[in-house]
Design a protein around this ligand. Sequence first.
Ligand code: PMP
Ligand code: GLN
Length: 382
Amino acid sequence: LNRRLDGLGTTIFAEMSALALATGAINLGQGFPDTDGPEAIREAAVRALRDGRGNQYPPGMGVPELRTAIADHQRRFYGLSFDPDTEVLVTAGATEAIAAAMLALLEPGDEVIAFEPFYDSYAASIAMAGGVRVPLTLRAPDFRPDLDALRAAVTPRTRLLLLNSPHNPTGMVLTGDELTAIAELAVERDLLVVTDEVYEHLVFDGGAHTPLISLPGMRDRTVSISSAGKTFSFTGWKVGWVTASAPLVAAVRTSKQFLTYVASGPFQYAIAEALRLPDDYFTAFRDDLQAKRDLLADGLTTAGFEVYRPQGTYFITTDIAALGEKDALAFCRSLPERCGVVAVPNSVFYDHPDAGRTQVRFASCKQHAVLAEASSRLQRLE
Ligand code: PMP
Ligand code: GLN
């Protein structure tokens, strides 16, 4: 393994999902729903397979039906216009989009500012591109970004900000004021911003997602990334996308074509249909996930965890210090044996692990009965 990948080892999601399989514990670790997405969309994938659409290499930018559906979705929800031919790129999930963006936009030694705790592929993607990660620590209990610290973190070597809102694992959602301040800073310091918006449809309590690219000065300096995995509960299909200016899309496409070239042929047609589902689908999905958040948050609170109530995503970050625990990784490794539940330690998502030493993340994207059972098992913790 080269030095760039030192310390990246096996992802925590693989480790914890393997532990769930080996022990038969309820898996509230890796973030995937235990109910597949809409039947009509599964049928659409079957039809595409059967009718021979996408069984051979699709076009490098993605099939036109999907690119148009992505552009229409950006207009429907955010009033944004993208040219489906030059400003939309289909990727193998958001993961590939993030990696391709880092490989396309970074010179070795360029600094990338990212919130910590961060989704683990950020560290790997920045490292593979030879970039230098500059973490901006989000702190409990509300995990709001410190905008003065962000401003102070920008140096002449800063190339881009890699942002994620709604934020995994904390559930923090950037406010309008925060987005404005970030946009002003990006314009002032001439920074690119890559935004990971995979939880765009999971903002709770009446809030709404605002893409950074919609703010003044951001249209030509933002690479917006999203994915069908979370919004439509098809994490295994790996259909993601980039929307950005034509030059930025062309840059990301250049590296993307040598990573996978293309992916997910028939699924691209099915996701084109998913993106055209009526508004009711999106609100019902969000309301269901909000109810699940509430159910699990209550169970965790009763079990003695300190719960940081998320504003979005399908994760709940907790603190286990209140339970007398000192180390999230050790806690998560022992949890299946102690009570038959798997969770993920946030400490591995920090460059400064002390900041998250006692933070543990639970996924709430599971059936109500499963969350109820997990909650009752967690009450057994001494
Ligand atoms: N970004 C974040 C914040 C995530 O939580 C995930 C996990 N789904 C991804 C990106 C990866 O998305 P995909 O499965 O589409 O590659
Ligand atoms: N995004 C999911 C999570 O945060 C997992 C994706 C993965 O396993 N790489 O749990």
